[in-house]
Write a protein that binds this ligand. Structure first.
Ligand SMILES: Cc1cc2nc3c(=O)[nH]c(=O)nc-3n(C[C@H](O)[C@H](O)[C@H](O)COP(=O)(O)O)c2cc1C
Length: 303
């Protein structure tokens, strides 16, 4: 309980853009502006939400060492990105020591876990509890919070369908780890009622929203270049208007700590989220496309 009182979520959080371990992604780490952003994050104590790990290693669409898969992450005009990364990662046992190192280096890192509901609810819940146990053992007092990613699949139908499983999973984590600060990351495809249910079962914070399915952002446009893998998710500038509308509406439904994000490309966007009641603002794409502006936001709102 003491940890909860000591550590709080910062008014700005960096989501995904510092990688699975929270210390930065190669080759971005060769870029001075990105390194300056990391320095600002460390100095302000801004929280770093990691890229999602799964309990066990998982091969997604994007494989860093395979250039044929680089098409799964693309740039869009207006400081945007389209990705169908597909959660490639080496599992929680590999992520935990990296996160520990980042914490020791002075970063305030919160692991993000993707429960694999496609394996069935029982397995996904068991794996989620195992993962939390692994983080607890590896990170000790630095494991004060956990983000559960309930919003990654790229098709609208898949995302909506996971709500019941997500509630079961959150309830189980709440019971087994009563002092853990639990963040649920949701999608624009989830009804507001889902957020209210998460709140009533004791989730501490909602992070809304993850990338937006391509077809929702460009309903009239040409088909997604990633149509073969569900279309991918849009982030950054092209996603802001829809994400902002969703978040402004969500604020009226829930009282808990609300991290608003998706689409922030400048200080003014962060201010717009704060003006409609964001307790914190999250940044991902901007940190990769324009780390200098991301640093400005981190320095402005501090940790
Ligand atoms: C290349 C890429 C990979 C991402 N991977 C994850 C992930 O593993 N887990 C997750 O919860 N969100 C992931 N996201 C979503 C971001 O954390 C963020 O919620 C989303 O991009 C919207 O915010 P933004 O417009 O500031 O980028 C990813 C985003 C991008 C661009």
């Amino acid at each position: 309980m003491l940890r909860l009182m000591e550590k709080k979520l910062s008014p700005v959080v960096i989501s995904t853009a510092l990688g699975l371990g929270g210390q930065g992604i190669f080759p971005y780490t060769l870029w001075p502006a990105y390194l300056r952003l990391i320095k600002a994050v460390r100095e302000t104590g801004a929280a770093v939400l990691t890229k999602s790990a799964t309990r066990h290693p998982r091969q997604g669409n994007f494989i860093p060492a395979n250039p044929l898969t680089w098409k799964y992450i693309q740039r869009l005009p207006g400081c945007g990105m389209l990705n169908a990364y597909g959660l490639t990662n080496k599992g929680v046992e590999a992520a935990a020591p990296r996160i520990k190192k980042a914490c020791e280096a002075g970063l305030n890192v919160i692991p993000n876990l993707y429960p694999e509901f496609a394996k069935g609810t029982e397995t996904a819940v068991r794996e989620t509890l195992e993962a939390a146990g692994i983080y607890q053992k590896a990170l000790g007092a630095d494991f004060w919070a956990l983000e559960l990613n309930f919003s990654c699949p790229n098709s609208e139908e898949e995302i909506r369908e996971n709500a019941a499983q997500a509630l079961t999973c959150s309830r189980a984590v709440r019971q087994q780890f009563p002092d853990l600060y639990l963040i649920a990351k949701i999608s624009i495809c989830h009804p507001y009622e889902f957020a209210r249910q998460l709140e009533s079962l004791g989730v501490n914070a909602i992070h809304a929203v993850n990338t937006i399915p391509y077809d929702l952002v460009f309903p009239q446009g040409p088909p997604s270049p990633l149509a073969a893998v569900n279309g991918g998710g849009v982030s950054g500038g092209p996603a802001f208007a829809q994400a902002y509308r969703y978040n402004a509406g969500l604020r009226k439904f829930v009282k808990l700590f609300l991290i608003m994000g998706c689409g922030v490309t400048c200080l003014e966007d962060a201010k717009k989220y704060r003006d409609v009641g964001a307790d914190a603002v999250s940044i991902c794409t901007l940190a990769l496309r324009n780390p200098r502006e991301a640093e400005r936001i981190v320095r402005e709102y501090g940790g």
